[in-house]
Design a protein around this ligand. Structure first.
Ligand SMILES: Nc1nc2c(ncn2[C@@H]2O[C@H](COP(=O)(O)OP(=O)(O)OP(=O)(O)O)[C@@H](O)[C@H]2O)c(=O)[nH]1
Ligand SMILES: [Mg+2]
Length: 374
C-alpha cells in the first residue's frame, strides 16, 4: 500500500454489550394441579464486545466507518424452565499493538500484542435466574425471578502503536525512507521534498541470514512539531515502544548538532520517556560530503551515542550500521528479562540453568512475508 489515507491508527467507537435476559417468574398451572409450582426459566446472557488480535490486520481502517458496535441482548427465560438464548458476542479484529482506552476517563484498558489474544471491551450482562431457583420449603410458589443484568456501554478509543525494534527519527528529507527501502523489502515513497512519508512503514531488516529486526519509518519531525508544525507529533506513538531510536542526520546539514538537539527536544515534549530509549545516530548521505566534513559532524555529536556514517546510495556504512543496531538490540533483549523478573532467591539452587538457544532468542520468527508496508 502506498502513502495515503488508508492507514488509520486511531478510532473512537461506541460499544454496547447485550443486556442479560430476564428470568421468568412463571407459575405452572395444570388442569388438575392448579398450583404445580414455579417453572420460569433463566434469561440468556447478553453478548460481549470483544477485541481480538489478528496479525493479518495492519490498520484500524475497517473501524473508521463503523462507529457503533452493539452485541446482542440475551433472550428472557420462559415457562417450562425454557432457558433464553444467549446474545451473540461481537468480535472486533485489530492489528497487534492495538491499545484500548476509555474515551472519557482516558483510562488504559488493555493492549493486544498476540495473534488471537482476546480482551473484553464491554461485558455482556448476566441472564437473570428464573423462579425455579427460588423455590424453598417455606416458599413453594416464588413469584419473582431475577432481572437480567444491564449492559455496559460507552465510547472507547482504539489506538494502534506499531511494534518495531527500532524507530527512525529525523527531519524531513533526512533519508529515512531511502534507508529502510535499501535494507528491507518495504517500499515507502521517496522524494526530494519534505513530508514524503505521511504514515508509518515497517520493514524487516535481515542482519546476517539468521537474525532480523523490525524497523519503523515515520514522518519527518521539524522544530515546533510539538506545537503542531509540519505533521505534528501524533505519529510518534509508533516509536513509543521501540527499544531503540535511530537518529538520522544528513551530512549536508547546516548544523548537525543543532538538528540532533531539536529532534531530542521535540521528542521530549511529546513524551519524556522517549528520551530514556537507547539511541544510535546515522550520518546520512555521506556520498555528498568528504571524510573531513563527516569527521567534523561526528565530533560535534555526543560521543556516548554510537554514530555511523552511511550512504544509502553507495551502501557504504550501511552494513556496519545494521550490525550496530543488532548489537544494541541483543543487549536490550538480554537485559529485558532481568528487568521484568527480579532475581529469585532460589536461583542459586538451580544447578545449570539451560542456556537459551541463540536462535530462540533471535527474531527469525518474523519472516519476510510478514512484512508490513502500510
Ligand atoms: N545523495 C544521497 N541522497 C539521498 C540518500 N538517501 C536519500 N537521499 C535523497 O534524499 C531525499 C529524501 O529522501 P527520503 O528517503 O524520502 O527522506 P525521508 O527522511 O524519508 O523524508 P520524509 O519522508 O519527507 O520525512 C530523496 O531525494 C533521496 O533520493 C543518500 O544516501 N545519498
Ligand atoms: Mg520518508
Amino acid at each position: 500500500m502506498s502513502d495515503g489515507g488508508n492507514f488509520i491508527d486511531y478510532v473512537k467507537i461506541y460499544v454496547r454489550s447485550g443486556r442479560g435476559g430476564a428470568g421468568s417468574a412463571h407459575l405452572k398451572r395444570e388442569k388438575y394441579r392448579p398450583k404445580a409450582g414455579p417453572d420460569g426459566g433463566d434469561g440468556g446472557h447478553g453478548g460481549s464486545v470483544i477485541v481480538r488480535g489478528n496479525k493479518q490486520f495492519w490498520t484500524l481502517l475497517h473501524l473508521k466507518y463503523q462507529k457503533h458496535i452493539f452485541a446482542e441482548d440475551g433472550v428472557s427465560g420462559m415457562r417450562d424452565t425454557w432457558h433464553g438464548k444467549d446474545g451473540k458476542d461481537v468480535i472486533i479484529e485489530v492489528p497487534l499493538g492495538t491499545v484500548a482506552r476509555d474515551a472519557e476517563t482516558e483510562e488504559f484498558l488493555f493492549e493486544i500484542t498476540e495473534d488471537g489474544e482476546q480482551q473484553v471491551l464491554a461485558k455482556g450482562g448476566r441472564g437473570g435466574l428464573g423462579n425455579v431457583h427460588f423455590k424453598s420449603s417455606t416458599n413453594q410458589t416464588p413469584r419473582y425471578a431475577q432481572p437480567g443484568e444491564d449492559c455496559e456501554e460507552g465510547w472507547k478509543i482504539l489506538e494502534l502503536k506499531v511494534l518495531a525494534d527500532i524507530g527512525l527519527v529525523g527531519f524531513p528529507n533526512a533519508g529515512k525512507s531511502t534507508l529502510l527501502s535499501s535494507i528491507s523489502a518495504a517500499r515507502p515513497k521517496i522524494a526530494d521534498y519534505p513530508f514524503t512519508t505521511l504514515v508509518p512503514h515497517l520493514g524487516i531488516v535481515d542482519v546476517d541470514g539468521k537474525h532480523s529486526f523490525v524497523m519503523a519509518d515515520i514522518p519527518g519531525i521539524i522544530e515546533g512539531a510539538s506545537e503542531g508544525k509540519g505533521l505534528g507529533l501524533r505519529f510518534l506513538r509508533h516509536i513509543e515502544r521501540n527499544p531503540i531510536l535511530l537518529f538520522m542526520i544528513p551530512a549536508d546539514s547546516n548544523d548537525a548538532a543543532n538538528d540532533y538537539d531539536v529532534l531530542l527536544n521535540e521528542l521530549g515534549k511529546y513524551n519524556p520517556e522517549l528520551l530514556d530509549k537507547k539511541r544510535i545516530i546515522a550520518i546520512t548521505k555521506c556520498d555528498l560530503a568528504d571524510s573531513e566534513i563527516i569527521s567534523d559532524i561526528k565530533a560535534k555529536l555526543p560521543a556516548d551515542v554510537p554514530c555511523y556514517p552511511i550512504s544509502s546510495y553507495t551502501k557504504e556504512g550501511v552494513k556496519p550500521l545494521v550490525y550496530g543496531i543488532w548489537d544494541v538490540l541483543e543487549k536490550e533483549q538480554a537485559e529485558e528479562p532481568a528487568k521484568a523478573e527480579p532475581q529469585s532467591f532460589f536461583a542459586e539452587e538451580i544447578p545449570d540453568a539451560p542456556q537459551e538457544d541463540e536462535d530462540e532468542l533471535s527474531r527469525n520468527s518474523v519472516k519476510s512475508d510478514d512484512l508490513l508496508d502500510f
